[in-house]
Design a protein around this ligand. Structure first.
Ligand SMILES: O=C(O)c1cc(=O)[nH]c(=O)n1[C@@H]1O[C@H](COP(=O)(O)O)[C@@H](O)[C@H]1O
Length: 281
């Protein structure tokens, strides 16, 4: 098997060709009900298939949220496996949103689950938590590099509760979030056109001018739509780093289902709004 091109390079190309939007696949029980589906494995499968059919051939990335699949046990995870496979086959990069994080030796097993090329849940990238110490993520960084995959490391999350940890100031005067960003900049050094090790930075956060967001990798920006941020906020929040931002929308798109055309239209509107908001910068 020939080695896969690094995730960062594949993502840069997809962002340039399709626009940078990532659509989240978050099958909330309330959305299943709104779509007229049952809150069971059959409903889960129909929901996920519909989203993939509607948008996988037109957005840079899809981000299935593992929690909503794990809710149904092994049969839900089987649906997640098929969702990943079908989304990748349709040309979308898959960012697995599982937010894993543990001591290094256990982290190695999480990495095997999502980042080893022949794993049933192999994904182009995985969300991970650095809050057991950035160094605990090393096995995931190493395996991602080997597989041509990537990581999105939680740096400054979109939820208001994140600040008490992420804005905390260390003895060296840097915040915890800034320290995570600095680690990522080191990880991506020398990688062109884009490194494979991204940060999660919420689009809801307002002014981040005190943070150096130029980490040489992508910035996954959830929070648009249901959490109140809009594409128009992106230049203000991200400044010059906006070019590397992958805005992520789940409920803001999903609430338009189950009609495939309506899902596509909602997606196209976000793509256009993001293009309009970020073109001037
Ligand atoms: O890693 C994430 O994607 C994530 C990080 C973060 O800081 N905030 C955040 O909302 N998310 C995820 O992004 C999605 C947001 O969903 P919506 O609010 O419906 O667009 C959920 O799946 C969250 O788990």
């Amino acid at each position: 098997m020939s080695p896969m091109e690094p995730f960062g390079a594949r993502l840069r190309r997809a962002m340039d060709e399709r626009g940078p939007l990532c659509v989240g696949i978050d099958p909330h029980a309330s959305l299943l009900a709104e779509w007229g589906l049952t809150d069971d494995v059959a409903g889960l499968e129909r929901f996920s298939r519909t989203v993939v059919e509607a948008v996988a051939d037109r957005v840079a990335a899809l981000k299935p949220q593992s929690a909503f699949f794990e809710r149904f046990g092994s049969r839900g995870v089987a649906v997640l496996e098929r969702t990943v496979e079908e989304a990748r086959a349709a040309g979308a990069l898959v960012i697995m949103d599982a937010k894993r994080g543990d001591i290094g030796s256990t982290m190695a097993a999480y990495a095997e689950s999502f980042l080893r090329k022949d794993a049933p849940l192999f994904s182009d990238a995985l969300t991970v938590s650095p809050y057991l110490g950035y160094g605990s993520l090393r096995p995931a960084v190493d395996l991602a590099r080997e597989s041509g995959a990537g990581l999105f490391v939680l740096a400054l999350t979109s939820n208001p509760e994140g600040a008490e940890v992420q804005h905390a100031v260390r003895p060296d005067g840097r915040t915890v979030g800034a320290t995570v960003l600095a680690h990522l900049a080191e990880e991506n050094a020398g990688q062109s056109p884009l490194g494979s090790f991204g940060a999660v930075v919420g689009a809801t956060l307002g002014d981040l001018s005190s943070y150096d967001l130029q980490v040489g990798g992508p910035l996954l920006a959830p929070g648009i739509g249901a959490q109140g941020a809009t594409p128009a906020d992106l230049p203000r929040v991200f400044g010059a780093a906006v070019r590397n931002v992958v805005p992520s929308v789940s409920r803001g798109v999903l609430r338009h289902g189950p009609d495939v055309v309506a899902l596509r239209d909602a997606t196209e509107r976000f793509v256009e709004e993001i293009r309009g908001a970020t073109a001037a910068g």
